[in-house]
Design a protein around this ligand. Structure first.
Ligand SMILES: [Zn+2]
Ligand SMILES: [Zn+2]
Length: 86
């Protein structure tokens, strides 16, 4: 049987998954994604998913260099900027 609802349903799913992409990117870049536990184990938990102000290039064995958004506390903890006090 030809169900006319089927293609439309599919198109809606497709549209939904496409519109989810920019939202996911936005969420990804909207907060800090520093691998705190490995990047600065001594200061784990200093960032509460703060707004990133800079990016830092991490080498991941799988994908090669990746620019990861960093917030100020994370950047400072890694010595990326001159923000470290003392
Ligand atoms: Zn961090
Ligand atoms: Zn952070």
């Amino acid at each position: 049987m030809n169900d006319p609802g089927q293609p439309r349903e599919y198109a809606r799913e497709l549209e939904a998954s496409y519109s989810a992409v920019p939202r996911a990117i936005n969420e990804w870049f909207g907060r800090c994604h520093c691998p705190c536990a490995s990047a600065h184990p001594g200061d784990e938990g200093i960032c509460e998913a703060e707004t990133p102000v800079t990016t830092h290039r991490f080498e991941t064995g799988l994908t090669g260099p990746v620019d990861v958004p960093l917030c100020v506390p994370c950047a400072a903890a890694q010595g990326v900027t001159e923000l470290t006090a003392g």
